[in-house]
Design a protein around this ligand. Structure first.
Ligand SMILES: [Zn+2]
Length: 176
């Protein structure tokens, strides 16, 4: 018997890029439970591409156009039909900075997330609801690779480590 098999010692690590940035539908009420801290990034509105793109710092082609702070955090979303919590990236806008800051550390805490307006891009309103503690809560995951892929960039892995010290600066290379 010379047959060989690739027996694995451990199950594969959980995928880090299968999670989506959660954007609440208009007029919907949702419940989000934070797994970890907010990662902040400055965004520009790109008029030609009609979407927000991250400021890339000194070599940014969109500066000095106005920048807007955006926050993203690893979180769980309550799914009403399945009756379970699913991992998502929570989208935090400027009008929620105060309520999230008042409730730090966010890990374990549940917020109601609503988009009460008639438009799909009307402001997201967050309200603190409950501190459920951190017992049996999954570890926080890194939101940066998810965001970078969403924006159409590839993160240089060598710089991902150094960026941990500068939470507001993400290194990029444009992919494709
Ligand atoms: Zn810029």
């Amino acid at each position: 018997m010379s047959q060989q098999f690739a027996w694995a010692e451990d199950p594969p690590p959980p995928s880090r890029i299968d999670k989506q940035v959660f954007r609440p539908a208009k007029n919907s009420t949702n419940f989000v439970r934070f797994l970890g801290a907010i990662v902040g990034v400055y965004m520009h509105w790109h008029a030609l591409e009609k979407k927000s793109l991250p400021c890339t710092g000194p070599d940014c082609s969109l500066c000095p156009e106005p920048r807007r702070w955006k926050g993203y955090a690893p979180a769980l979303l309550w799914r009403h039909i399945e009756k379970n919590w699913a991992p998502i990236v929570a989208d935090i806008t400027e009008n929620s900075i105060e309520i999230t800051r008042e409730n730090e550390p966010l890990r374990g805490k549940i917020f109601e997330v609503r988009r009460p307006g008639q438009r799909n891009n009307s402001p997201i309103i967050m309200t603190f609801r409950e501190d459920k503690g951190t017992d049996n809560l999954p570890e926080p995951f890194d939101v940066k690779p998810i965001l970078v892929r969403l924006w159409g960039y590839q993160l240089r892995s060598s710089e991902l480590r150094t960026s941990d010290n500068h939470e507001n600066i993400l290194p990029f290379t444009k992919s494709g």
